[in-house]
Write a protein that binds this ligand. Structure first.
Ligand SMILES: NC(=O)c1ccc[n+]([C@@H]2O[C@H](COP(=O)([O-])OP(=O)(O)OC[C@H]3O[C@@H](n4cnc5c(N)ncnc54)[C@H](O)[C@@H]3O)[C@@H](O)[C@H]2O)c1
Length: 255
């Protein structure tokens, strides 16, 4: 059945961070089509209102800056109040910086870890009471850089590897409380972040020595191409799926 015909999120409330652009915006549209009320969080006011306007769903926009310690927790608490509960929290907001490891300053490092890792923990922790009361679910966004490493982004790779450990730890610890937690690991997705990445043929972690299985997809996918994975993980269809790492890279990492 085509996803748009399903209504898996009727009566459900979903918080999506990074909702102002890229993958976050595509996930908003995908889940809105299935009837969810959505809390859209980002630091980009203009992008948020564009996403809200095109979602065709009930939305509440929340501005926050993940770089500010504590701001993410405050946002998550406001999100839980927006529609009186939360059924899913989808963490997508993040930054990528291309920098040589020997030029990453303590400030660069701290900012990356704060935005791409600590903020996600703050949100999960602050959303716990709301999620627990509804048997909710968490979906966090890592990267193939977090699985296999990537040259010229040691801080990004470290933060995204941290997302794997964090999410699996929460899955184990909060399973008895009825909460699922899963990770999406996108490969190349055509967004503003991907435009800052080097061409795949130059990326040592994605060797083209072997014929790729899906040659078109390894070059990248439109954000709509992975939005359905997030929707699946947030839905009842994934009720037996937790602590799992879902790689969506078009086969780019295959031997
Ligand atoms: N595009 C890719 O190829 C790719 C690959 C692997 C992982 N990812 C991950 O996917 C997620 C989404 O990235 P994208 O590709 O859609 O890029 P994007 O830049 O289009 O989206 C990132 C969003 O996060 C928001 N954001 C950034 N810093 C923030 C802050 N301090 N506070 C609040 N919001 C903030 C931005 O405003 C933006 O809307 C990121 O976590 C990224 O690391 C992307």
């Amino acid at each position: 059945m085509e996803g748009g015909a399903m209504q898996r999120f009727e009566g459900k409330v979903v918080l999506i961070t990074g909702a102002a652009s890229g993958i976050g915006r595509a996930v908003v549209r995908r889940i809105a089509r299935e009837g969810a009320a959505l809390v859209l969080a980002d630091r980009d006011r203009e992008g948020l209102s564009q996403t809200a306007g095109s979602s065709g769903s009930k939305t509440v926009p929340l501005l926050y800056d993940a770089a500010q310690p504590g701001a993410s927790a405050d946002m998550a608490e406001r999100a839980a109040e927006a529609f009186g509960g939360l059924d899913a929290v989808i963490n997508i907001a993040g930054i990528y910086r291309r920098q040589h490891a020997d030029r990453i300053t303590a400030q660069h490092w701290a900012q990356m870890i704060q935005i791409d890792l600590t903020s996600v923990f703050e949100i999960c922790q602050a959303a716990l009471p709301a999620l627990e009361s509804r048997g909710g679910s968490i979906i966090n966004t890592s990267s193939t850089a977090g699985l296999r490493g990537i040259a010229y982004a040691a801080h990004y790779a470290a933060a995204k590897a941290g997302i794997l450990g964090l999410t699996q730890a929460l899955a184990a610890e909060w399973a008895p409380r009825g909460i699922r937690a899963n990770v999406v690991v996108p490969g190349r997705v055509q967004t503003s972040i991907a435009s800052a990445l080097p061409p795949l043929k130059d990326a040592p972690s994605m060797s083209r020595a072997h014929d790729p299985i899906l040659p078109d997809l390894t070059e990248g996918v439109a954000p709509e191409g992975i939005a359905g994975l997030y929707a699946y993980l947030a839905s009842e269809d994934a009720r037996f799926v937790t602590g799992a790492i879902h790689v969506a890279d078009g086969g780019a990492g295959l031997g």
